[in-house]
Write a protein that binds this ligand. Structure first.
Ligand code: ADP
Length: 483
């Protein structure tokens, strides 16, 4: 809180205030006695009013009243004949007039002091609130170009309070990557946009980056003058916390992907081994065709083509595994959800086959593109599919089928559903499914579905589970279509 006056005023001792009142009235009296011989009339009344005004301004109502009493007494004693405290009835009106005028002056002073102190207090509260909420305020008179900043705005910009703020100074502090955007917003504001609300960064001289949200509106005064009044909030701490959260969520998701890959490693190794074996066989056959007395170039070429195909197949599996395992910040791009499903299924299929599960795809055609991170969406599908495969591991009385379906939901949503015919679950378990660490598997971590939910929510979608009418469960999620 500002160290300033209101509290100091009230704490100042009564003794000092009274001493000031006495000294002021005595000074007025001495000056009047010294000046009187040189003047037509006594200057005491004017001088004592000055003394009373000063006492009331300095000490408030009590000292003002005290100075009034002293002045009236001094007036009667020195300036109303005969000398002494005797008063003739004809002099009474003069004395009463002095007393009433003095009281009026005291009252005016005290009232003004009260207003000033209330104003100072409210300014102190405002400054305090701005400092605590990291919110500065500013005004920009469009006509004159004058800019006014609050204390907190100076602090946020890291500028000394003696410096006059200008648009150039603001732009100097704005992060170079945001400068063009901020300049554009300032231009739009100058050209009459009634209000604006945006976020940008500052690059401080020490290299630190601050994040600001700025909100303004235009005020038109009766004089016709227009001012842009606004508030800016330093949201650096919030943005840094969000960034840290995003990073740890991405890291957690990556760990979950690597764990899922670990679970599928046997099937993946098999998936890579198959083309390698085919390559070896085709290469041996090719060699045989070439080493004949009359080499069979056509046959050898067919073998080499086969080798290329199989090598690509193996390469594709390895690429998918590497994408899932590598540390990568989410990258939002336009995606064909059916392609994402195909890629995920390519990784899951060997695992499904190992558990005698048939994967059935029902992919709708003509779906709009979605906006998302390819690897993260694949991760969700793999997770739901592996859960489905595991839920069917003990099923023996029906065909183990995992159905993955895509369809359009409303105009701007695409839906992916993963349906199994597994053991299902009790209805009361549905609420806990997506909570972290909820698992019913002996070696489960219970993080898969919780990570799926945070990924889907970060994509502006929703994920939910329902029990099938027959057996098993269906997990579905939506993702926003890319506009
Ligand atoms: P984890 O697989 O490590 O247990 P998840 O978060 O993926 O972690 O799953 C949490 C729990 O949800 C599982 O332990 C299981 O009880 C239940 N669950 C998930 N998918 C299915 C499913 N398709 N059918 C039945 N229960 C399921």
């Amino acid at each position: 809180m500002s160290q300033s006056s209101p509290l100091q005023w009230s704490r100042r001792s009564a003794l000092v205030n009274c001493a000031v009142a006495v000294l002021s009235v005595v000074a007025a009296l001495v000056a009047a006695l010294l000046l009187e011989p040189h003047m037509h009339s006594s200057p005491f009344v004017s001088l004592s009013l000055c003394a009373i005004m000063f006492s009331a301004w300095f000490g408030g109502f009590g000292p003002g009243l005290f100075a009034t009493a002293l002045s009236v007494a001094g007036f009667i004693y020195y300036f109303v004949p005969p000398i002494g405290f005797a008063v003739a009835p004809t002099d009474l009106p003069r004395i009463v007039l002095l007393a009433v005028t003095a009281l009026f002056v005291v009252w005016l002073n005290v009232a003004r002091r009260g207003t000033e102190s209330a104003l100072r207090r409210s300014e102190a509260y405002l400054a305090d609130a701005q400092r605590l909420s990291h919110t500065g305020s500013f005004g920009w008179r469009i006509g004159s170009g004058d800019i006014i900043w609050s204390k907190e705005t100076y602090r946020i910009f890291g500028v000394d309070e003696t410096v006059k703020p200008t648009i150039d100074l603001i732009l100097q502090r704005v992060h170079p990557d945001d400068r063009e955007f901020v300049l554009h917003e300032i231009d739009r504001a100058a050209l009459g946009k009634p209000s604006y609300d945006y976020e940008h960064r500052l690059l401080m001289p020490n290299g630190a980056i601050k994040h600001l949200t700025v909100r303004t509106h235009r005020v038109k005064y009766e004089s016709g003058e227009e001012e842009l009044v606004g508030a800016l909030m330093d949201v650096t701490a919030t943005r840094e916390a969000q960034e840290a959260l995003r990073t740890s969520q991405a890291e957690l998701a990556r760990v979950a992907r690597v764990t899922a890959l670990g679970q599928m490693s046997a099937s993946i190794a098999h998936e890579v081994n198959q083309p390698l074996a085919a390559i070896a066989t085709a290469a041996a056959a090719g060699l045989r065709w070439l080493t004949r007395e009359v080499p069979e170039i056509g046959e050898a070429r067919a073998c080499v083509s086969h080798i290329v195909e199989e090598a690509n197949r193996a390469g594709e599996v390895i690429r998918s595994v590497r994408d899932l395992a590598k540390r990568a910040d989410p990258e939002l791009i336009s995606l064909d959800i059916n392609e994402v499903v195909d890629e995920a299924v390519a990784l899951v299929k060997p695992e499904a086959l190992r558990h005698c599960v048939t994967v059935e795809l029902q992919l709708a055609s003509g779906l709009p593109l979605v906006r998302g991170d390819r690897v993260q969406l694949q991760q969700v599908i793999i997770n739901l599919a592996i859960n489905g495969v595991q839920a069917m591991a003990t099923v023996t009385d029906r065909a183990r089928v995992l159905t993955i379906r895509t369809e359009q939901r409303e105009s701007d949503q695409v839906l992916v559903a993963v349906q199994d015919v597994g053991i299902g679950m009790e209805p009361d378990g549905l609420d806990r499914l997506f909570s972290a660490f909820y698992t019913t598997k002996p070696d489960g971590m219970g993080m898969g579905l919780s990570i799926c939910r945070s990924i889907i929510e970060a994509h502006g979608g929703r994920v939910w589970a329902s029990r099938n009418i027959g057996s098993g469960m269906t997990f579905q999620f939506t993702v926003s279509a890319h506009r």
